[in-house]
Design a protein around this ligand. Structure first.
Ligand code: MLT
Length: 310
């Protein structure tokens, strides 16, 4: 009987599915890397979210491991080349949390446009600072979408509903797909020059790391607002801090940070910054979706070698 370890907090549906499929399952969260290395040799499958870091050391100890399932999209907490060299298949669930993440980006866009967190804090402090919180409308504004994949295309759809114009930069976006999505395909420099709001929906790779650099910010419209629900490393945080302080960037809403958990960050306290603790995928619906998907995909693989989203 194959044996799976769930090492991050996951909806109970995942364990239920493994058991229904005849797979033994242990749920052990909050393990240190040493504790994980000590027990990983017992398992055929490892189901994780973002907390577990699958390093070459863990993979060396994982002598029976056949599959790692990431209940979510990003696999940047897994050393994928090392996994492949050990013959371990890595799977993710690219669709289960896309709507939820797109909705968080839209929520942050509204929060930026109307300074909602600051207005809430001020109101609850009894200040009633009505004139301090002048906002901007979203209607007819240009949303610059960096990345028009699963999540980006849902953001574009919702932005159309808000009567925004959407300009998209994505090297993998064809003209046909751009037409289908109703977005204008642009270069990165065009996007920087035209966008009132910029939202990031791209994985963190060597090509995208620091895509929002000091140089990129200098090309943006003064007063631009930036949303990041993708990965922290896409933005040069020091450059963003400087731009918020100078007012060139009017606001930034960050769900993700270079270092996570971001218990301390030089950006904290900067005027115009809104932050959330990597909540992009945190809805009950999305967590059920990804738990079901990861458990089904991993069970298929362990039982009869079926491969999905690897
Ligand atoms: C993802 O990659 O799926 C999201 O960032 C959410 C998560 O980390 O679970």
């Amino acid at each position: 009987m194959p044996k799976v370890l769930i090492s991050d907090k996951m909806d109970p549906k995942a364990a239920e599915i493994f058991r229904e499929r005849g797979i033994e399952v242990d749920e052990k969260t909050g393990l240190s890397k040493e504790e994980l290395a000590e027990i990983i040799g017992e398992y055929d499958g490892l189901a994780i979210r973002s907390s577990t870091k699958v390093t070459p050391k863990i993979l060396e100890a994982a002598t029976n491991l056949k599959v790692i399932g990431r209940a979510g999209i990003g696999v940047d907490n897994i050393d994928v080349p090392a996994a492949s060299s050990h013959g371990v298949v890595v799977m993710n669930t690219p669709f289960g949390n896309s709507i939820t993440t797109a909705e968080h980006a839209i929520a942050l866009m509204f929060a930026l446009a109307r300074q909602l967190p600051e207005a809430d804090t001020s109101t609850q402090a009894g200040k009633w600072e009505k004139s301090k919180f002048m906002g901007v409308e979203l209607t007819h504004k240009t949303l610059g979408l960096i990345g028009a994949g699963n999540i980006g295309s849902i953001v574009a759809d919702r932005a159309h509903g808000l009567k925004m114009k959407v300009a998209a930069y994505d090297p993998f976006l064809s003209e046909e797909r751009a037409i289908e999505l109703g977005v204008e395909k642009v270069t990165l420099d065009e996007l920087f020059a035209r966008a009132d709001f910029i939202t990031l929906h791209t994985p963190l790779t060597d090509q995208t790391r620091g895509i929002i650099s000091a140089e990129a910010i200098a090309k943006m419209k003064p007063g631009v607002r930036i949303i990041n629900c993708a990965r922290g490393g896409l933005i040069d945080e020091a450059a963003l801090k400087e731009a918020l302080e100078s007012g060139h960037v009017a606001g930034a809403a960050l769900d993700v940070f270079v270092e996570e958990p971001a218990k301390e960050n030089a950006l904290f306290g900067t005027p115009g910054l809104i932050s959330t603790p990597h909540l992009g995928a945190s809805t009950s619906e999305a967590q059920i979706n990804v738990a079901i998907q990861v458990a089904e995909q991993m069970s298929d693989y362990l039982i009869d070698g079926g491969v999905t989203n690897a």
